[in-house]
Design a protein around this ligand. Sequence first.
Ligand code: URA
Length: 247
Amino acid sequence: MRRMNSSDPRVPIKATLRYLQDLGVPDLPRPRAVEELAIPMVDPVPVNSPEPISIKVMPQTESLASIQADLVNCQRCQLAAGRTNIVFGVGNPQADLMFIGEGPGRDEDSQGEPFVGRAGQLLTKMIQAMGLKREDVYIANIVKCRPPNNRNPEPDEMATCSPFLLRQIQVIQPKMMVCLGSIAVKSLLQTSMGITRLRGQFHEVAGIQVMPTFHPAYLLRNAEKKKEAWEDLQKVMKELGLGVSPR
Ligand code: URA
């Protein structure tokens, strides 16, 4: 599942617009479909220039690897002291769909991969119920290091780490993000509203649709809420044009 040619020189315009929007630059045009932003990335050539016209395609320098390289041995917040592995993210770097959790737990910390414990197994089932494989989507967290004793990440830890998630989003440019649980949704949507009020409706971050839903760990404790979570995922599937898989 992918629609975008990553060698397309027009793509960075969209990424740049979104990046500026995230930085809070006012009065930017809203990011639109890449096809609508069909402006070639070339150096401006003055009219009647005596110089031969040379077209220089600007490279897209940011990649998931370069973001990950910026995190090597990260000591930017106090979570560094207790971590075993930095849990960067996993999946298809060109995914249409991203899942965003809160932060690694014990299993994720020891394996260096998000959502591999019990909650992760439920998330994998949810992804499969959508007719997808784990490798089709991209999975990441707001904070990349495990909070001690699985406490919630502190606001300063999320503020320090979330720019790296935003950069991952800029590179992947998914069509849709599913945000898992209250902590992640408050950080991503910059709101104090809880998940119960936010879930079930599409929101927007940097021009990308966001569907908040319950965290799989919460669903393990409150099985009766699985129905609502599934309704949320069905809305996502409809938006992405995915059919329900036979079960
Ligand atoms: N919970 C999360 O929010 N993220 C993980 O990676 C695992 C559990």
